[in-house]
Design a protein around this ligand. Sequence first.
Ligand SMILES: Nc1ncnc2c1ncn2[C@@H]1O[C@H](COP(=O)(O)OP(=O)(O)OP(=O)(O)O)[C@@H](O)[C@H]1O
Ligand SMILES: [Mg+2]
Length: 450
Amino acid sequence: MKISSLRLQLLAWVVLPLAALAAVNLWTSQRNALATADLVTDRMLVGSARAISEQVAMVDGTLDATVPPAAIEMFDTGDRDSVYYRVETANGRLLTGYPDLPQAPARGSLEAPYRDHPLRLATLSHAVIGAGADSPIRVTVGVTLAGHDAMVKRLWLSAFAQQLALVVIAGVFVLLGLRRGLAPLIRLRDAVRSRSRSDLEPVEIAGAQSEIRPLIEALNAYMERVRGQMAAQRRFIANAAHQLRTPLALLSTQASYALRENAADQRQQALVALQASSGKLARLAEQLLTLSRAEPGSRRPRADLVDLTEAARHVLEAQAPTAIKSGIDLGLEETGPVPVTGDGTMLREMIVNLVDNALRYTPAGGSVTVKLAAIDGEALLTVTDSGPGIPAEECEHVFERFYRLAGSAEDGSGLGLAIVREVVENAGGSVTLGDAATGGLKVEVRLPLA
Ligand SMILES: Nc1ncnc2c1ncn2[C@@H]1O[C@H](COP(=O)(O)OP(=O)(O)OP(=O)(O)O)[C@@H](O)[C@H]1O
Ligand SMILES: [Mg+2]
């Protein structure tokens, strides 16, 4: 059985062994009680026998044995015990008492049945002056065991009550101690439970023990992280809304302009501009969607086997018309398949963004090269261009969401490299920016080979 309550667990660990110990103790105390009762009974038997023997004397030339009442009354402890005695001479002649009463060994006692009752017996030898061959006489006294057994029970019961009280008190103290000990934990639970949904301030539990502190600290650190993430999320939404607002306003202006225009070619012009604006808006929405998909936890994690060379070839085929239109020499250098594991769609999206950047920021007549290699157990994807590159001090910032270099003439939302980094890191790789030999930007993506 598995006990899931800490209280019950501790109680079991403390009280069960204690109860076992108490049981062992009870057994020994029962034996002690018995030994004590035996000793007391034997002393009384010997005392009674002595009292009887001292009354035996020579009267008018014959041995006279008169049993004094005190010798019998000393057993009258209220347990209705029967007392038997037997007084005989050295050669076995009965002076008084019960002739068939068994005799106990000298200096010892005997337990034997007599008339359907167990008896405890003691025998005493006593010299009588002037009795000649009849001396020493033997006095045997026996008593039934009711008083003896009652004494055992009394002694034992008091020991039992003590032990029981000890176990119960220990149990109560364990529970009390636990209650005190668990109080900070319960306060922590209540503090966390009673919070409003948005309250992520650190909790402080006064009097928490050193074992519970780390839990509280871990909880606070966790809430701190969640708080940071929520702030980032809020910033992102605000940025996205801001990014969407500008082209939407433009779109609206262009639409009213087209509506107002009567001349056919002017209206045509306005409609073309409107189409371009809506295209940009669609691309922004596309990038936002891709970024949200790239975030961990938004899609089921996938571990497709992806050939990066194959993926790059597809991307380049799709981008070829753009390259031709802007007069850029777009090339692929590869030596064979470069297999990696990850989310295929996202990895392709990552290459799309890198090639898109290279084509977008490289002036006409330039060149863009995508290179694939498998080196030292790593897949290496390099995209180089002959454009203006990115100044070293900006290299960290361009990966931030919505960050664009000041004075960028080209359209863009500033999400492309954020998507790249998100995808690469999710796939367990890294991305670095550097200078290409051709003067432009060199982006290196390293991923673990499948
Ligand atoms: N190949 C490159 N050459 C020169 N500058 C670049 C290059 N790639 C990116 N940049 C600079 O880094 C900035 C961030 O790039 P990123 O791809 O994140 O956004 P974007 O291209 O502006 O917008 P998006 O890709 O979302 O449409 C760009 O605005 C640009 O200034
Ligand atoms: Mg881009």
